[in-house]
Design a protein around this ligand. Structure first.
Ligand code: BGC
Length: 813
């Protein structure tokens, strides 16, 4: 058999993915930064940096969907004689003698070798730092003295990434820089309302520089062959308008075996209004100097890097599994948790598929992301919950998105997505169960960020569910509004105008009968959680009130939401069924199967089992479960965007990885461990790593949002990697439902659901001030804990009661 082409492999010992061929089938990227300063970096060093908000504070420029692909980045050119090359292969694209890119936890190391000179660049954003460090190490591995010319390159974005790409009549005249020693400062618009600037520094003397793009590159050249590099001569250009850049020029002589480090620093600074200038027109550089001083030697950089590694050690030590199956262990212990942290930081704003200008933080998205990282950094989860709740309206509805910089609701998209409010319960409950911190419920939180409108967070939870209860349709099922989780099922949109946005247009909604079974299931799941929470904090009456609403919803689903073999998906504007065997296309949808089985609606009547069987029969294919089946083959005016996609892509019968876990959890609730596992393994990156190399195309170390479904022209192609709710759902599914370690108010509930082939495994879990070493012996059973022994004594039931300190737990199934 022919060996399949491979572009890389996992290195678990170092928690890295190692890319060995720069021409990956799509740029395979990584993320740098934890809190305020962030960078995207591809395997050829493409990408960009921003401060907090990828739209409003873009620091460096990047060209999406360009020719060639992945254009713009932090580039190094090394010139020896007539040969110029780049350690990451791009932009020079000179063939290298060796290439390797190691994407790790918050860092990327790219190494290239040409003619016995090795250039290795370590990129990372140190903790609590508004800067990207680039430590370049040049080594002469030859037997002769090497004389090299080194050029660095960054292109500044004029801050607002959207206007930067369109307002050229202004942009070409505003660019301003300052040059001081080895530091190039970007200060466009600093003279007026901006109090921030950026800089690019290197910790050595330079022999030249460039700050004007055209002088450096040449108007008709490309990044691969800038004039200055081709001629081996910097222009010492000073940008006035046009496109400012930052490029250092350094002459380097290396003896045989000699190695030299250069620390480049891309930094961001904010100044107080009255301290903006040190002299007329001269920016105050005090903070920049201080920042530079923190990283001006290799030792300081190495120390900061060690701190970053220790930070990740600590984060990844909270939940650790040992199953003896490296494919599972590496996803649980490393990559799934890492992807969760990235989605927490970025929501859906900036990836190589999300341009960073289109979307802020999603209300539902961020709540779901929270379950992926709450065990690691609960204090930030707490803040996130408050931020999200502050964008809610008094009636429980909410903005669909908010901007991270201002934390204000985004008016461009507005509200009206009727599933949104329920997710606040989902996120908040996860937080309290992890931390035991009930005080969050008493936090005073405004509506729509309006001072004076504050009520307790608990009140926000209450109005969230009331929003569903107050918006029921003719079958007593939740009205869908603009859309539910599936942003593309737009049942009140009715658009024939291609200039209208499917998501924000409601041409008709007066008198709508459009109802959602997905929200019905979500309401039951989160409603039950709310009832349990009420009982926990002795709000019994409120708990009973909600229990009645939950019971009524369950009845409504059984009566009006069941199609015989599966749950319906929705009712349309006119009250006609969607996702029914009666329909010509789109007979069955995954979302309602997932949520109604998770909610166990009609379990006793056999509905859950039938629904799960139907998923296997109609939705499952080689690469996972498709969203709906059969795919829509034409545009349906009453359904909106979903039918705008060609068959098998995105919401029209793509494998939307995000919702596969819903069915998997449904399987786990039903105790069907074999089925749960087989669905899970189909979309688990490490299990299908081979497929990623050529078919899926996107990064093999993380989940992507969508894999083209069975009806697609090219089934199996992956798209929209990294920023997807899939990350948190995969984590929630495997950590709590498959491996069965579930945080609860009073302790940890142990309730695994496994394939019958599963062997013994251990989980070490830090939980509040306790640490549990848990050994689970499945004995061939898929579900059902027989006995738990805690520190040598048997425990009643399936919850290990919380107590600070170290504990050993033995579980027999
Ligand atoms: C969005 C989610 C949405 C999903 C399905 C994603 O791109 O971020 O909010 O639920 O698509 O439409």
């Amino acid at each position: 058999m022919e060996q399949q082409k491979r572009y890389g492999h996992f290195d678990d010992a170092h928690r890295e993915y190692v890319i060995t061929d720069p021409k990956t089938p799509w740029p395979w990227i990584n993320y740098l930064g934890n809190e305020d300063f962030f960078s995207l970096i591809s395997n050829t060093a493409g990408g960009y940096s921003f401060y907090k908000d990828a739209k409003f504070r873009r620091i460096t420029r990047y060209r999406y969907n360009n020719v060639p692909m992945d254009n713009g980045g932090r580039y190094f050119y090394i010139k020896e004689g007539d040969t110029a090359w780049s350690p990451g292969w791009k932009p020079c694209k000179t063939p290298l003698d060796f290439y390797e890119c190691r994407h790790g936890m918050g860092y990327t190391r790219i190494t290239g070798r040409k003619n016995q000179v090795e250039a290795s660049v370590l990129f990372f954003v140190p903790l609590k730092t508004w800067a990207e460090v680039q430590k370049l190490t040049l080594t002469n591995q030859s037997q002769e003295v090497k004389t090299l010319k080194l050029f660095s390159f960054e292109e500044w974005c004029l801050w607002n990434a959207a206007t930067d790409m369109e307002n050229f009549q202004r942009n070409f005249s505003t660019g301003e820089v300052e040059i001081e020693g080895s530091t190039i400062y970007h200060k466009t618009e600093y003279r007026e309302r901006r109090n921030h600037y950026a800089f690019y520094h290197v910790n050595t003397e330079i022999q030249g520089f460039d700050t004007d793009r055209e002088s450096f590159v040449g108007l008709y050249n490309e990044f691969s062959n800038p004039d200055a590099v081709v001629e081996g001569l910097p222009r010492n250009s000073h940008a006035h308008g046009w496109s400012p850049i930052a490029s250092h020029y350094i002459e380097v002589t290396l003896q045989t075996g000699e190695s030299r480090d250069f620390v480049f620093l891309l930094g961001y600074v904010e100044n107080e209004q009255d301290k903006k200038f040190s002299a007329p027109k001269v920016i105050n550089k005090e903070k920049a100097h201080a920042l530079i001083a923190r990283f001006d030697t290799t030792e300081k950089v190495d120390k900061a890097f060690a701190e970053l590694n220790a930070y990740w050690d600590a984060l990844l030590n909270i939940y650790k599994v040992k199953t003896g199956n490296p494919k599972l262990d590496r996803m649980v212990n490393i990559w799934n948790q890492y992807q969760c942290m990235v989605t927490f930081n970025f929501s859906r704003s900036a990836s190589f598929f999300e341009s960073g200008i289109g979307r802020g933080m999603g209300f539902r998205d961020s709540n779901q992301d929270l379950v992926g990282f709450v065990h690691q950094i609960p204090s930030r989860a707490r803040q996130r919950i408050i931020d999200i709740a502050s964008t809610q309206f008094p009636d429980g509805g909410c903005y669909h998105q908010y901007q991270p910089l201002t934390k204000r609701g985004n008016n461009d998209i507005g509200g009206g997505f009727n599933d949104d409010p329920c997710w606040l319960i989902f996120g908040t409950v996860a937080y309290i169960k992890e931390t035991g911190d009930f005080t969050i419920l008493d936090e005073m939180v405004p509506f729509d960020n309006q001072p004076g409108s504050e009520v307790t967070l608990f009140e926000h939870l209450k109005v969230s569910l009331d929003h569903v209860i107050n918006n029921l349709g003719p079958h007593l099922l939740p009205l869908i509004g603009r859309a539910d989780w599936n942003d593309c099922l737009n049942l009140n949109c009715f658009s024939w105008d291609p200039n209208e946005s499917f998501q924000t247009t409601e041409n008709v909604s007066e008198g709508t009968k459009a109802e959602s079974l997905m929200i019905a299931g979500l309401f039951v799941v989160t409603g039950k959680e709310y009832v349990a929470l009420c009982n926990k904090i002795a709000k019994h009456e409120e708990g009973q009130r909600m229990q009645r609403a939950v019971d009524a919803m369950i009845e409504a689903v059984k009566k009006h939401g069941w199609d015989g073999e599966w749950y319906l998906r929705a009712y349309d504007f006119y009250g006609r069924k969607i996702g029914s065997n009666e329909c010509e296309e789109g007979k069955i949808f995954i979302e309602s199967q997932g949520w109604c089985t998770m909610a166990e609606i009609g379990a006793d009547e056999g509905m859950v089992a039938k629904s799960l069987d139907s998923c296997k029969k109609y939705l499952e294919c080689e690469h996972g479960m498709v969203l709906n089946n059969p795919a829509f083959t034409k545009y349906i005016y009453e359904y909106g965007e979903i039918s705008s996609y060609p068959e098998g892509y995105k919401e029209n019968a793509g494998i939307f990885c995000h919702n596969n876990p819903w069915v998997i959890i449904g399987e786990c609730m039903a105790g069907r461990g074999n089925d749960a596992w087989s669905h899970y393994a189909k979309i688990l990156p490490s299990y299908v790593e081979e497929k990623y190399q050529t078919l899926h195309k996107v990064e093999p170390y993380v989940n992507c949002q969508m894999v083209a479904g069975k009806d697609a022209f090219r089934p199996g192609e992956g798209k929209n990697s990294w920023l997807t709710g899939t990350a948190a759902w995969m984590w929630y599914t495997v950590s709590e439902f498959i491996l069965g370690i579930k945080p609860d108010y009073d302790g940890i509930r142990i309730d695994p659901c496994l394939p019958e082939t599963a062997g013994d495994y251990t989980v070490s879990r830090k939980f509040r001030d306790a640490e549990y070493d848990i050994t689970i012996r499945p004995n061939g059973s898929q579900k059902g804990v027989k006995q738990i022994v805690l520190d040598g004594s048997p425990v009643e039931g399936d919850v290990i009661p919380y107590a600070a300190g170290k504990h050993t737990v033995e579980v027999t199934m």
